[in-house]
Design a protein around this ligand. Structure first.
Ligand code: KG4
Ligand code: ZN
Length: 348
């Protein structure tokens, strides 16, 4: 087993409907992606308007070996050049997680490489360690994905203090559910943001749930109800045109983004930190990125904002491998169990 710090890690991520494998290298200065393969069953899931658990797991099984082979091929890497393996342990869909976890266990035993379990939610933040600039602690982390909306104070690798989270729907879930109401395909976030480009964000005044609350919690399910009421009334009046659809999308996006920014800034000011790390699928939203930057510039805040490029915001294995470099705690592969219910602050 490994005596020195790992230089090359192969990461595997199968928590939901993406089957991903990446090979990532680390030197003194930075962490670099050698290959990053993502096979998605999202088009298949889109036909059903959401994820069907068993189907997602079957697609994982079909894709996992070809995806690993392709990652090795593109990185021009042989198994004996890899120092360690990292795999998403949870949270996620149990059938999907099992495919990645069991494959990683077998590879770890057959190749005789250390195996590092990674919490998927923590993994999302490490997409920010794949750029030229490396984040420093302390930082406020905003995790915005399909199932999570969490604010955390990060004081070191693996040391997170939860500040707040959503009490009902996550931001991504709100995008997805509203998109479905408007007849848009899954996943809804990118669809809403595409329509929003042509819409007026001030056209409909949607609620900003909990924006002034004295905590760091969120609530997005009321927004979905508000969008539904507006949509139904526009349809009844026969005035639901494509312009109205774009306006609704833009107004929804504006409401979600405003709440996310306000709460994040409040956390930055409360804990007096100078770094913000945004992560998760919704971080791919360009309006969120732009408005967060503009807000901090206007307020002359001394803060650095890290947001991964869009392809590294959504699920991928490069972030899982990157996380393993900084949280290198290998375990006996035979003891590793997929855990669909891990939370952000659970240690693997
Ligand atoms: O992190 P992720 O890929 O998977 C989870 O771990 O949940 O996040 C998926 C979520 C979906 O809800 C999707 O609609 C949302 O991220 N999303 C976006 C955008 N791209 C993906 N939401 C808003 N704007 C986007 N551009
Ligand atoms: Zn994710």
């Amino acid at each position: 087993m490994l005596k020195t710090k790992p230089k090359i890690i192969l990461g595997i991520e199968t928590s939901c409907d993406e089957t991903a494998c990446a090979i990532v290298a680390r030197d003194e200065k930075r962490v670099t992606i050698l290959s990053n393969i993502v096979a998605s069953s999202v088009d298949l899931q889109a036909k059903f308007g959401g994820i069907i658990l068993e189907q997602a797991a079957r697609e994982q099984l079909k894709s996992i070996i070809p995806v690993i082979q392709e990652a090795l091929r593109q990185a021009q890497c042989k198994p004996d050049e890899i120092d360690a393996l990292a795999v998403t342990q949870g949270p996620g869909l149990i059938g999907s997680l099992l495919v990645g976890v069991e494959t990683a266990k077998v590879l770890s035993l057959v190749w005789d490489k250390p195996l590092v379990p990674i919490n998927h939610l923590m993994g999302h933040f490490y997409a920010n360690w794949l750029g030229k600039e490396i984040p420093q602690f302390p930082a406020i982390g905003l995790l915005v994905s399909g199932g999570h909306t969490d604010l955390v104070l990060m004081t070191d690798h693996g040391k997170y203090q939860p500040l707040g989270g959503t009490r009902d729907d996550a931001a991504g879930e709100c995008f997805d559910k509203c998109a479905r109401l408007l007849g848009l395909p899954y996943p809804g976030g990118p669809e809403i943001s595409k329509l929003a480009e042509k819409g007026d964000p001030k056209a409909f005044l949607l609620p900003r749930p909990m924006i002034e609350s004295h905590n760091f919690d969120f609530s997005f399910s009321g927004l979905k109800t508000a969008v539904n009421l507006l949509y139904t009334s526009e349809v009844k009046k026969s005035s639901y045109t494509s312009e109205v659809k774009c306006n609704l999308a833009a107004s929804l996006q504006e409401a979600i983004v405003e709440v996310l920014i306000k709460k994040t800034i409040k956390a930055v000011q409360t804990f007096k930190v100078e770094q913000i790390l945004v992560a998760g699928g919704v971080a791919a939203n360009q309006t969120l990125a732009k408005q967060l930057i503009i807000y901090t510039l206007q307020k002359k805040m001394d803060v650095r904002i890290f947001i991964p490029p869009p392809a590294l915001c959504t699920d991928n294995a490069a972030m899982i491998a990157a996380a393993a470099f900084f949280n290198f705690h290998p375990i006996d592969p035979l003891t590793l169990q997929a855990n669909p219910n891990l939370s952000l602050v659970d240690q693997n």
